[in-house]
Design a protein around this ligand. Sequence first.
Ligand code: MG
Length: 385
Amino acid sequence: MENISILGSTGSIGRSTLDVVDKSGGKFNVRGLAAGRNLDLLCRQVEKFKPKIVSLERKEDADEFRRNCKEYALRITYGQEGAEEVARFEENDIIVSAITGINGLKPTLAAVKAGKRVALANKESMVVAGPLIQETVQKSGAQIIPVDSEHSGIFQCLAKERIEDVKKVILTASGGPFLQTSIEKMKNKTREEALNHPRWNMGEKVTIDSATLMNKGLELIEARWLFGLLPEKLGILIHPQSVVHSLVEMRDGSVLAQLSPTDMKVPIQYALTYPRREEALLPSLDFSQIKVLEFYKVDVKKFPLVKLARQVLEEGGSFPVALNTANEVAVEMFLKRRIKFSDIADVVAEIVENHKKRKIESLDDIFEVDRETRQQTRNLLKKRS
Ligand code: MG
């Protein structure tokens, strides 16, 4: 039996993880849960899974939780430090890192420093701090298993391969809800339309990122650092069926692929049970029903953030931080209905264009660029809202 803690337990990945744990036939014990502000759901999770430590985003929520959940012998904490404490909890064997955005970085690093298995769903930490995380992995002996479906696919394809034999890795993208929408019509798409993803059921931030295709841009940078692959070996193709989660071309011309049902429970389960495999939680793929698997080039005029992410990856330094932060702020404002859909890409592009490259050598460097970019993006967005 293995002990697991989940950072971001009330989010989409957190809930799916608990579902996987629940159906594992007692193979996993839940030890820690770090949540945001969803007290009711955390309370139900605690009743069912009996962790030893929980953390909430805000102190007032932790206080309320303490009053309402007196019957449990449970450590209740809060804030970034609280999530880090859950990550460091000494009984952990596996930490699922699924807090969204740069907020997940410190808890992810705490988990990596602990030298345990980290099931990584928080792609933004790899985007802003890839080299720092890999350096920490080298020191601590931690093992990062990707949960992002495309990266789980690549990881599975590469399991028995030498990285130097890889010629090209292609990330697939569903294309999101606006794949068939004209640029003109895309401009004013609403929150509801953007959140209505045709294939994947995911959290709000990643769903908006999928509509702008920024998600694929972030995943390109994530793949760079997860697998140590040079940018020129990474590509993207639109694959509307979302059945092929990655394609890996080897030097001899063989192309390996990972295919599975379009449900995050597949990569989550793999990350928890690796190198073993357990019984599927979903029905088998029926290829006679799927019939067609299509692949297209990305229209970068329509989805400029894909191109921008590649430029940022090649530029390096503080650029990925600026890109990620500008996008986080813009997506948040779009979700609050303060800006138009097309403002997201426009503003992120403007921030990146005006960004002055700096060296990133520490966590402090990252958070300084984050702080400045956050302010710049807010100022820029004020003019548009
Ligand atoms: Mg993905």
